[in-house]
Design a protein around this ligand. Sequence first.
Ligand SMILES: Cc1cc2nc3c(=O)[nH]c(=O)nc-3n(C[C@H](O)[C@H](O)[C@H](O)COP(=O)(O)O)c2cc1C
Ligand SMILES: [Mn+2]
Length: 497
Amino acid sequence: MAPPGDLRDWIALLEREGELVRVSAEVDPHLEITEITDRVVKAGGPALLFENPKSSHPLLINQFGTERRMCLAFDADSLDDVGRRLGDVLEMQPPQGLAEKVRGLKKLKSIADSQPKSVRSGPVQEVVLTGDEVDLGRLPVQTCWPGDASPFITLPAVITTDPRSGDRNVGMYRLQVLDQRTTAMHWQIHKDGRADYLLADGKLEVAVALGLDPVTAYSASAPLPKHIDEFMLAGFLRGEPVELVPAKTVDLEVPANAEIVLEGYIAKDELTEEGPFGDHTGYYTPPEPFPVFHVTAMTMRRDAIYPSIVVGKPPQEDAWLGKATERIFLPAIRTSVPEIVDYDLPVAGAFHNCCLVSIRKAYPGHAQKVMHAIWGLGALSLTKAVVVVDEWVDVHDYEEVFFRVGANVDPKRDVLISEGPLDHLDHAPTLQFYGGKLGIDATHKGPEEGTRPWPPEIEMSDEVRRKVDERWDEYGLGAPAEADGRRQGALRQLLRR
Ligand SMILES: Cc1cc2nc3c(=O)[nH]c(=O)nc-3n(C[C@H](O)[C@H](O)[C@H](O)COP(=O)(O)O)c2cc1C
Ligand SMILES: [Mn+2]
């Protein structure tokens, strides 16, 4: 089955799968939708299609709110399977024998399909509003939290090109609605969109796509290296290219099947106060100057559906966008740090605060080497705390990681305090953008690292385990206890605070 081709296919799929509820009652995008959605997200509930936000277009929210919906979006059994699709290509070797050649050709086809395809027209341009006709007030843009400065567009795919190389970038950066035709553009300091803006001479053209198929929408949030087009990742993961049409008033291409596109420009030195905004850190980000986006055209489908998301104190819907990135990027991380077995970015750590990583430790100082590797890898470089454990520790089982930190760490010897760049939104460091890093080496040490001999861990013998499995019924203790109960616990904990 091909993954959904646009937002409508996706809504239909969610509906068939019992994963979407239509709400016909009139609801207010000012705070009310947040409170409804927050309750539904926290209960692991369905996607919500609000058909009647106050005098406006329908609004879709919580499309990404569970692991099951995320897997439906990618047409995969698990998010690790999606990661393997990418890993397979990254680790491609010259094929041996016919069967491998055929498999190799399939992989090459998936790479060929990843290139976006230019088409002449698309439903996103059924309605074209330009100049004075543009009115962002037509959209049910949410004011998410009581302290928010105004309504914010929260699930956009912002398209720009690098003025030097012409490479496209697509990123998810919120837009604060300032009036009918302008918004702020929340390009954080480490992001690719901002880099394009800084390279621009005078003006940068921008297009914003709203209401995409779920994989393309996800791709806008993926932390790819700057020169790689996020639409290419979307095409690769979907197995079908993203179709693009020329925008009406700017020299950019936009997704033909989007619900809504905002076209416009950003003047180099025009800044506005952006925020406050209730952010995914769980706190309000204070007002800060960001560029102003002038909307020169608004194109849409006749009955366009507006997509939204609420971020706030974790866990929220964006937890699963982050988990998708965590899983999909593991094979890519392993290509540069192959000793990494697995990693986990706890949702409660807002993704950048904490990284738990298991490694195949081979030499003294190996844990410290991996800490530094993480602090040097793309978006992971902003990680504040890294905890390193041995390969046999399940990093998704937070109790087990806590056990290892308690059992294996001498704080004087195994805690590394470093410093470096921190997330734009992190309010804790004394300076914005820069501050302390914490590395905790919770691996086994030994004489070669200057310690006493490390004691063996307690494990029951396989022989006795087998015997108890076989004899379980004789004991009259009811349903058999899982010998590997801990692993199951770990899955349950994936999203626990
Ligand atoms: C729901 C959501 C909202 C986001 N909002 C912003 C934002 O306002 N500003 C920002 O710089 N990054 C934001 N991000 C993170 C970026 O989308 C992410 O870092 C992405 O990799 C940026 O693309 P780039 O790597 O091409 O810069 C958000 C992510 C999600 C999932
Ligand atoms: Mn990018």
